[in-house]
Design a protein around this ligand. Sequence first.
Ligand code: ZN
Length: 245
Amino acid sequence: MVNAIISDIHSNLEATIAVLDEIERRGVNKIICLGDVVGYGANPNECCDILRKVSNSVVLGNHDAGSTGITRLSYFNKIAAYACVWSARVLTRQNRRWLKTLPITLVNDTDLVVHSSPSNPTAWDYILSLEDAIKEFNAFDSHLCFVGHSHVPVTFVKKDNQYDIIHPANGEVKFTLDTNAQYIINPGSVGQPRDGDPRASFAIYNKERKEIEIIRVPYGIETAKQKILDARLQRFLAYRLATGT
Ligand code: ZN
């Protein structure tokens, strides 16, 4: 069984198509999405339409919640709140309804899937540091916990009460899972990477080989950028795509 783990699509159609092409090449059986299908980018409906087709394992992200009235806009900074308002305005009734039905967490076989954090999934907390992760390891028992939200690909490891971090080198990394350890795995963001590498980021989880791979895919950034400018979303959201920040 080979799973693709994708997260933080953010209405970026060009990045989504590029990642799905790569996923198809790699013989994936199942796609799991960690939320934030919409928000920031210019193609929320197109991304919802695609995700609804390719995955029945999608959890709710804070931008999905903000764009459908589940999370109050006062939670967001100005730029994110405006993007939520814009997305809410253009979303079809069907896609809004679909986003509203997404679960906060799900279990894939035995592994936990959540957008932000296992300890308090609706508070939309970030797991940015090893200190953050140490607290979160107390909140789940499964071998793996997949999280998104920070848009930075990183893996935290707990074994025998020792902790470690696996950072991708040059954006990508492949490692074998130790069955005696626990992992918090963030695959990075498809549609708005923030680790300084503008390429779309996602993960492949090969269960038989017990292997995780973080993969980067170049996509049509200029097109995605121009669409954001044409939609009169904040210009910052267009320009940050090129720098991956
Ligand atoms: Zn996000």
